[in-house]
Design a protein around this ligand. Structure first.
Ligand SMILES: Nc1ncnc2c1ncn2[C@@H]1O[C@H](COP(=O)(O)OP(=O)(O)OP(=O)(O)O)[C@@H](O)[C@H]1O
Length: 209
């Protein structure tokens, strides 16, 4: 039997004496998409950080494809997260970052569709730019190209539509919908229900988890 992509139960997180997540549970079946919504500060990023193994909860259980999330190569081969902002390598262009990610995942950059990806994300004219020189929306587009260009089984995205203009949002939503139809699983947080629907994700409010 296939394991769910994500299973969370009894999750508790407090910052100091302030509880943020109290007995939170979530099941994301493999091949499905869930978008968590909810008011600012309700704990969406905290939940995604825990699922991404970037933060230890105070209590509760998290399983990713049946296994423990953690700093193993197997986990990071399956999971891509944009919960933490990316680190840019000094002196490498946007395109060279994408080539590096391809090579790290055993892909030949020449056959990985980089030109198409930069075109689809409206960054074709900026492929030779150094990432820190890009605008905030262009950096967000590059972050998503780097997330989507490599093979993965689970995408964990924190407000991927942030800072994108309407064309950018539509392009990203279409790529996420494609990711789901090809068997990928998607867990994201967003305040944009229309974007979530266009991405093929089911919207769940944080209150109900
Ligand atoms: N490192 C931290 N130390 C202390 N408090 C924190 C920390 N990180 C988050 N918080 C608090 O925990 C609560 C939940 O934050 P979180 O970022 O998870 O919410 P969110 O739902 O993602 O918010 P938003 O919609 O604004 O992105 C907030 O009140 C926030 O101030």
């Amino acid at each position: 039997m296939d394991h769910p992509a994500v299973e969370v139960s009894g999750l508790h997180v407090s910052y100091g004496s302030t509880p943020v997540l109290v007995d939170v549970g979530l099941v994301l079946p493999a091949g499905a998409g869930i978008c968590v919504t909810g008011e600012n500060g309700i704990g969406k990023s905290t939940l995604l950080r825990c699922v991404s193994s970037l933060q230890q909860p105070d209590a509760g259980e998290i399983r990713i494809f049946g296994g423990e999330p953690g700093d193993t190569p197997e986990f990071w081969r399956a999971v891509v997260t944009t919960v933490e902002p990316p680190t840019w390598y000094p002196g490498l262009t946007a395109r060279e970052h994408a080539e590096l990610i391809c090579r790290a995942h055993g892909q030949d950059p020449a056959g990985a569709g980089l030109d198409e990806a930069f075109e689809r994300f409206g960054l074709a004219g900026h492929a030779d730019a150094i990432p820190p020189s890009l605008s905030s929306g262009q950096k967000q587009r590059l972050t998503l190209i780097l997330a989507l260009i490599r093979p993965s089984s689970l995408l964990i995205l924190d407000e991927p539509e942030q800072r994108l203009d309407p064309d950018g949002k539509a392009a990203v939503a279409a790529m996420l919908a494609e990711y789901l139809t090809t068997g990928g699983s998607l867990l994201m947080a967003s305040h944009d229900d229309a974007f979530a629907a266009a991405s093929g994700a089911t919207v769940t409010t944080m209150d109900s988890l």
